[in-house]
Design a protein around this ligand. Structure first.
Ligand code: NCD
Length: 306
């Protein structure tokens, strides 16, 4: 089993056994949440260092630690762009590690979580590193998919279409790697050329498309929609060329096949109409719910409590 999880930095740390192990612990955590929580992590402290906007990820990490019986300290307003440059990040991490037992970190810059892990005496969890990865979101996404498709996943091909900003979308970078741990998953990346999936996350088995055609919508078991990440574009003009390129209305989502699901890591901007939320395909609030037990499981694992 791969999983020598001191730190959680990238999806490549997981093999199928390690991921299933997290899922089974997360299932136990769901029951614990129903009962209001546990004292498992009593006397342990989680530090959250979030230097990019976040609602769900930071709050779900913090809720996860509180439901585990631990405590939380939080830092959200440092201008991290200077901290990444060498000594300052290392000093920050060393200082915070001396106050806490585990650190969840989000940064604008790819590679920061890895760098933090190299100078931390406590486990580091990557809560999103710029245009790099977001492994805990990918685990909760994969948990959502596994729960829905576990009867089929080892017998039938599951088709997943990733749609939107695949260049800057770190949740896609992490999730496509985890999905490949199942042998029967076919991935289609749907994006215009300038937002296509970077080579490092692509394999020769993947299908590359520019448009979200009716056929793709009708054949996919999972459509994973993402927002166009305006803040990461070099030029506003480039953003404006693609900002409205994908849009899902009720009538489009109704074309999806029976049993298919529509996912989104959130925040949603304008790519899925609010009216779609009432359809059975809309699964994004399920994803949000699954974030809590998954992050409880991960915190318990890295702390050596489970
Ligand atoms: C995503 C992120 O921050 O990468 N959100 C999240 O954590 N659920 C997606 C995004 O910002 O578009």
């Amino acid at each position: 089993m791969k999983f020598p999880l001191q730190h959680i930095i990238a999806s490549s740390q997981f093999d199928i056994k390690a991921m299933m192990n997290v899922f089974s612990l997360a299932t136990e955590m769901e029951e614990i949440v129903q009962k209001g929580g546990t004292e498992l992590a009593k006397h342990h402290i989680l530090a959250t260092l979030f230097y990019e906007p976040s609602t769900r990820t930071r709050l779900s990490f913090e809720t996860a630690m509180l439901r585990l019986g631990g405590a939380v300290i939080s830092e959200t307003d440092i201008n991290f762009s200077s901290a990444i440059k060498g000594e300052i990040l290392q000093d920050t991490i060393r200082v915070v590690a001396s106050y806490s037992d585990v650190i969840a970190i989000r940064s604008k810059h790819k590679g920061v979580a890895l760098l933090a892990s190299q100078c931390s005496s406590v486990p580091i969890i990557n809560g999103g590193d710029g245009i790099g990865e977001h492994p805990t979101q990918a685990l909760l996404d994969c948990f959502t998919i596994y729960k829905q498709f576990k009867q089929q996943i080892n017998h039938h091909k599951i088709k997943v279409a990733f749609v939107g900003d695949l260049k800057y979308g770190r949740t896609v970078h992490s999730l496509c790697q985890l999905l490949r741990l199942f042998s029967n998953v076919e991935i289609t990346f749907v994006a215009p050329q300038i937002l296509q999936i970077p080579d490092e996350y692509k394999t020769p088995h993947d299908v590359i498309e520019q448009d979200l055609t009716q056929t793709i919508l009708q054949q996919a078991d999972i459509v994973y929609m993402t927002r166009i990440q305006k803040e990461r574009f070099q030029s506003l003009a480039d953003y404006e060329k693609v900002e409205d390129i994908f849009h899902l209305s009720v009538s489009k989502v109704q074309q999806m096949k029976q049993g298919a699901i529509l996912m989104h890591p959130f925040p949603r901007v304008k790519e899925i109409d609010l009216a779609v939320d009432a359809l059975p395909q809309a699964y994004y609030f399920e994803q949000v719910k699954n974030g809590l037990p998954i992050r409880m499981a991960l915190i318990a694992k890295v702390l050596g409590l489970a």
